[in-house]
Design a protein. Sequence first.
Length: 202
Amino acid sequence: MSASAARASEGAGFPVGRFIRNLLLWMVPLAVAWVLLTPAYNLFLMHAAGNAIRLLEAPNRTTMILHDDDHNALVYRNDLRGDTSTGHVSSIRLTSYHFPVLFTAALFLAVPGLALRQRLEPLGYALLISACFHVVGVVFRLKFIYATQLGAWSAEHYGAFGQNFWGLGRHLLDLPFRFALPLLLWALFFFDRLAPATPDRP
């Protein structure tokens, strides 16, 4: 096969080899950036989820405080008193909600044959969608704790529908949706590059 034929063959479909190579090359700098930005993003995520929870409560009862390790949000309710009489009811590991964003960024930046700007623009939209998903995930986690994990208090304040709704939502967001989101977003923005080329008809 001639060199021109080889280039034509490569251009006829998605260059999987180059994509995998780019994916591996991007993972290291993205991992470093994620580690450095995680404390600030966890703070944002805690405040955003706290504001969303307050929209669901009347009156406001929930307070979240970022733990010294910068990864966990401590959850308090001013109408509940635990064993320590502080109102601390649980903790949520915020970092576990957004580490898949590493794969989102790597997938978008690794697409070959596009200028950097053409990859950064859709990546920006994907990260915005991901941030909204993270906030919703933390809210569902917190409501799951309230609805199912506080014994008699949960049974008194949440009926069967509420317990099933927050429980099912939490499990779906925690496992299948969280790990499928990077691939779904990537396919949403780059599906046309994955589809096989069709010959032009005369």
